[in-house]
Design a binder for this molecule. Structure first.
Ligand code: PEP
Ligand code: MG
Length: 587
């Protein structure tokens, strides 16, 4: 019988096929006592398993590095560090020697004990480390038992992967042409699985809580990545209904592909810049293939995550240089470190905060730690000699803060000059306008920079006092709230009055209905997520600037998001309406 599950849509598209379940490897390892004379042998077995596991991880790292790039592969450094941690191995050796336990039982006891400790800690970074530890532990046990797990690398037919979570090692060994969809118990829109699914452009749903307990390998599964629905053993009626949605979606996608090479220009000749958001340089090719004309947001914090120390100037320089060269003559906006909020790095030893989103985040953290900030600025500046790099500061909330950040930037520039190291002296500097205070004093900030990039993901949460990650109050997170509409208009007008260009890199730029409004407000640059690029271009090309402006004039006086939405929907031309309705379904 058909069984429906609702999760979080992670990557758009509809697909049906056979499930391939990756079980959680819940081994039952029997308690096995050994005698004094066997200790040496157990220690040897343990040592051999550690060596083999290290070799396996090295191989996986190499492979992932080739397929997805160094930043994705860096996760394995954390795994290798665990294996090289003398405390970890000493605990296991102690158990073997003192309690006379078999190597696998000693290891499983240590893993269980550590997992219990991690469970009690409320820290995202440490929770990730706990997952790393489990991954390494599983590999060690496999090697101790000589057990060969059936991996995704053995797939010979196209399947939909169902898993509690998909580990980096799983993704590394996956044959990309055989995996046509994902569904996982855990994860959110920014989890590793969701990011990989989006960059592979395959439908995915995450956060299903307990999908793995309800499906077996070989079951028929349907994934609706647009709405976050997974249907196990769908009935003929459901399949038929989805067939027609899928057909419409495929026609729509085919149509969309046609616009990728065309300019982002309205029917009355108004051009805007359409660029993409990335987390690592490996995504640049996909942005360009989807019709992006450059990079509007490179979230550099991902260079700082999944490791145990800060990235050096040289390491960062190489990444930024490679990115700038890939983008070529097109622009790439590198955002300085935005750590804090929901992204943490434990090796920095920052004390926990009651309200991390209102705490030591982004530029605040960089100004508190200029030694870290300067390393990044120097790396970005050096890379600017190799392409069209622009730089921007996140979370600016006042003028003196911006001036301080600029002072440090100038100091770093002077240092480079002293060292006779080249950089782009005309490099543009911008700020992200993502706090209500910055939005209100946009006229003042505009005098200090070359451009604005509006960060609506944060601007909405801070203006409406609605945490962006809290599903309980998600209904209050309203991009069409008159307060947001007024702020957006104020920022764009203030920027233009001072002669600077204004872009937007929050998710709002990726959603069709909002694209029309932003266009009518005179937004110069739209920086969207990769999969939305063609749709946004199509929307821009289907309207006139004149109509979009009239629409904006008419919504400015309305008093609620419901009224605004209704007005837009009632007043769109039929062509745009069709695009919007189908487009909304792809979200
Ligand atoms: C934003 O806040 O809109 C933004 C683009 O930045 P992030 O999502 O990384 O906070
Ligand atoms: Mg932000």
């Amino acid at each position: 019988m058909e069984n429906n599950f609702k999760g979080i849509p992670a990557s758009p598209g509809i697909i049906s096929g056979k499930a391939f379940v990756i079980d959680r490897d819940n081994f039952v390892i029997e308690k096995k006592k050994i005698i004094q004379g066997q200790i040496k042998n157990e220690l040897l077995r343990l040592n051999r398993a550690v060596v083999n596991t290290k070799r396996e991880i090295f191989e996986l790292k190499e492979r992932l590095s080739k397929e997805l790039g160094d930043s994705e592969a860096r996760i394995f450094d954390a795994h290798l560090l665990i294996l090289e941690d003398p405390v970890f191995t000493k605990d296991i050796i102690d158990k073997i020697e003192k309690e006379k336990l078999s190597a696998e039982y000693a290891l499983s006891e240590i893993l269980e004990k550590t997992a219990l400790v991690f469970e009690k800690i409320n820290d995202i970074y440490l929770k990730e480390r706990s997952a790393d530890l489990k991954d390494v532990g599983r590999r060690l046990i496999h090697n101790l038992l000589g057990y060969k797990k059936r991996t995704i690398s053995e797939l010979d037919k196209k399947v939909i992967i169902i898993a509690h979570d998909i580990s980096p090692s799983d993704t590394a060994s996956m044959k990309k042409d055989k995996v046509i969809g994902f569904a996982t118990d855990i994860g959110g829109q920014t989890s590793h699985t969701a990011i990989i699914a989006r960059s592979l452009a395959i439908p995915a749903v995450v956060g299903l809580r307990n999908i793995i307990g309800s499906v077996k390998t070989g079951d028929e599964v349907l994934i609706d990545g647009n709405q976050g629905i997974v249907i196990i053993e769908p009935s003929d009626k459901t399949l038929k209904a989805y067939q027609s949605i899928k057909k419409k979606f495929q026609v729509f996608e085919k149509e969309l592909k046609k616009v990728t090479k065309l300019p982002a220009e309205t029917q009355d000749g108004h051009s805007v810049e359409l660029v993409g958001n990335i987390e690592s340089p490996e995504e640049i090719d996909t942005v360009l293939a989807h019709g992006g004309e450059g990079i509007g947001l490179f979230r550099t914090e991902f260079l700082y995550l999944n490791r145990n120390n800060l990235p050096t100037e040289e390491e960062q320089f190489e990444v930024y240089k490679k990115a700038a060269e890939k983008v070529g003559a097109r622009p790439i906006i590198i955002r300085t470190l935005d750590i804090g909020g929901d992204k943490f790095i434990s090796y920095m030893d920052i004390s926990p905060e009651v309200n991390p989103f209102l705490g030591l985040r982004a530029i605040r953290l960089c100004l508190e730690h200029p030694e870290i900030f300067k390393v990044q600025l120097r790396a970005i500046l050096r890379a600017s000699a190799f392409g069209q790099i622009k730089i921007m500061f996140p979370m600016i909330s006042g003028l003196s803060q911006l001036k301080e950040a600029k002072r440090i930037l100038n100091e770093v520039k002077e240092g480079l000059e002293k060292d006779k190291i080249g950089y782009d002296k005309d490099m543009e500097l911008g700020v992200m306008v993502e706090t209500p205070s910055a939005a209100v004093i946009a006229d003042i900030l505009a005098k200090e920079v070359d451009f604005f990039s509006i960060g609506t993901n944060d601007l909405i949460q801070y203006t409406l006092a609605v945490e962006r990650t809290n599903e309980k109050i998600a209904y209050l997170y309203e991009p069409l709230h008159p307060a947001i509409i007024r702020l957006l208009k104020n920022i764009i007008d203030a920027g233009h009055k001072e002669g600077i260009w204004v872009g937007l890199c929050g998710e709002m730029a990726s959603i069709p209905l909002f694209v029309i409004i932003l266009l009518g407000m005179g937004l110069d640059e739209f920086s969207t997520n990769i999969v939305s690029l063609p749709l946004v271009k199509k929307i821009i090309r289907s309207t006139t600037y004149r109509d979009a402006k009239i629409l904006v004039d008419n919504i400015m006086g309305l008093s609620s998001s419901v009224e605004i939405r209704k007005y837009i929907q009632d007043n769109l031309t039929n062509v745009i309406k069709e695009e919007l309705i189908t487009g909304e379904k792809t979200k």
